[in-house]
Design a binder for this molecule. Structure first.
Ligand code: EPU
Length: 421
């Protein structure tokens, strides 16, 4: 298990390019199961969750070729519709194969994803929507077995806005007979990216980008090429790296409008933000950050996937701030680790109360999930002395070459291969 060793206190400087969004790629890749042919994707990040999805698709019969962020998936020869536990346990997004397999092949068996590091993450909304589209669903021995001769259009009104349930439902509805109306659909950019890709396959979807989608099912879909949008969470994480180290850096990122809530909070904290086409400059040179409260919300609100990183930033701000997570109320495993670095954080239910301290001090800390790990790296960049971030395999699931990017910006960070007993 690799670890990062970070020597804190180095200023950052320069420009860094943001990779493709893993959460977009994870939604678009299973969509190839809806067609029979060669699909090419550009800007796919080379991170472990993508390799996990490739392995799952290969298990289903898709052949894959992945080089230099270009991914080719050939779905002409699907051999089975069974996503077993060994794949799903590694990554919950595996459940994205359920909708397309069911819609195209009338059958899917997908192992039920369990809880995750920060508590339960149900998939009831996915299953209820598929049932409305005419699927018969049974749970058997830890597997979801879904069957339908052909799905039919339906009215679906989600109680909670869910990225995954929206993605799965759209991928099922595009091949259903008749029209579906999906209300309270997620409007996250990754869902828009998916809808646009499905349209290039020949799907009929209206209302893209809004919370009401109309999907008119078609009989078949053709293979198509897609481009993965830039990763708004990586962009936000690196901007905070600039802010927390009181540096001036630039990020190269094509989808600046996806970052509104994060940029606005950064500005409130005192960081100077300048936008020039696809470049965002953050200048926090000699700026003491102000304490700014954050409350996570569905898009376009402040993303839950940036909550941990914001807490890190606030540990050194002037005054007291609160960070509440309304999407995943238990997603705070980074808090005790940041406290090991000297942060003053109290957790009350779904809220962290952060009292800014003058400095953090390097220590050994443990990654517990992807974004928590990112927050520890941010802490390490400013902590006095040496911080070791253990178990960075979590980070490797979703950040492409993060230590190379940070090193190029001037951080002192090194990956060490370790064997844990
Ligand atoms: N929910 C239900 N029932 C469901 C589905 C969701 O109650 O059937 C609830 C969840 O418990 C949560 C809320 O709905 O409270 C929203 O969850 P959502 O379904 O939107 O999350 P997801 O699709 O499982 C994606 C991202 C997550 C990100 C969330 C929220 C992917 C592969 N994952 O998960 O990304 O946190 O949306 O934006 O797109 C990450 O990248 O670190 C990550 C965890």
């Amino acid at each position: 298990m690799d670890k990062f060793v970070i020597e804190g206190g180095y200023k950052l400087k320069g420009r860094v390019k943001i990779s493709g969004a893993k959460n977009s790629a994870l939604a678009l890749m299973p969509a190839v199961l809806l067609n029979n042919g060669i699909n090419r994707f550009e800007n796919v990040p080379e991170v472990n969750d993508i390799f996990t999805m490739i392995k799952l698709l290969k298990h289903l019969g898709v052949s894959a070729n992945f080089e230099n962020n270009n991914l080719e998936l050939n779905s002409s020869n699907i051999t089975n519709q069974d996503a077993p536990y060994e794949h799903v346990k590694k990554m919950r997004a595996s459940v994205y194969v359920l909708g397309p397999l069911l819609a195209k092949y009338g059958y899917a068996k997908v192992s039920m994803p369990g809880g995750c590091a920060w508590g339960p993450r149900p998939i009831n909304l996915h299953l209820e929507a598929l049932e409305k589209l005419g699927a018969q669903i049974i749970l058997d021995g830890g597997d979801i077995i879904a069957k339908a001769d052909r799905l039919h259009g339906a009215n679906i009104n989600f109680d909670i806005s869910s990225v995954g349930a929206t993605g799965n439902t759209i991928m099922a509805a595009v091949l259903a007979k008749g029209e579906s109306k999906i209300q309270n659909a997620a409007i996250e950019p990754e869902i828009t990216n998916l809808c646009e890709y499905l349209i290039s396959m020949g799907a009929k979807i209206e209302g893209i980008g809004s919370s009401t989608l109309f999907v008119d099912g078609v009989d078949e879909l053709n293979a198509a090429n897609g481009e993965i949008i830039g990763d708004r969470i990586e962009a936000g994480t690196l901007l905070i790296a600039g802010a927390i180290t009181k540096s001036k850096i630039e990020i190269e990122y094509n989808n600046i409008n996806h970052l509104g809530a994060v940029l606005s909070k950064l500005k409130d904290s005192g960081a100077k933000i300048t936008i020039n086409n696809n470049l965002i400059e953050i200048d926090s040179s000699n700026i003491d950050a102000k304490s700014i409260d954050v409350s996570t919300a569905i898009y376009p609100g402040f993303p839950t996937d940036m909550q941990a990183q914001w807490i890190s930033y606030m540990t050194l701000a002037n005054g007291t701030s609160t960070v509440s997570d309304n999407i995943y109320t238990d997603r705070f495993s980074h808090v005790p680790e940041l406290i090991r670095l000297g942060a003053n954080i109290e957790r009350v239910n779904n809220m962290a109360i952060i009292r800014g301290v003058k400095k953090l001090k390097g220590a050994k800390v443990m990654s517990t999930d992807l974004r928590a790990s990112a927050s520890l790296v941010l802490g390490g960049l400013v902590a006095d002395g040496k911080t070791e971030v253990l178990r960075i395999y979590h980070l490797d699931r979703g950040y492409e070459k993060i230590e190379e990017k940070l090193s190029r910006l001037g951080a002192n960070i090194e990956r060490i291969k370790t064997v844990e007993f």
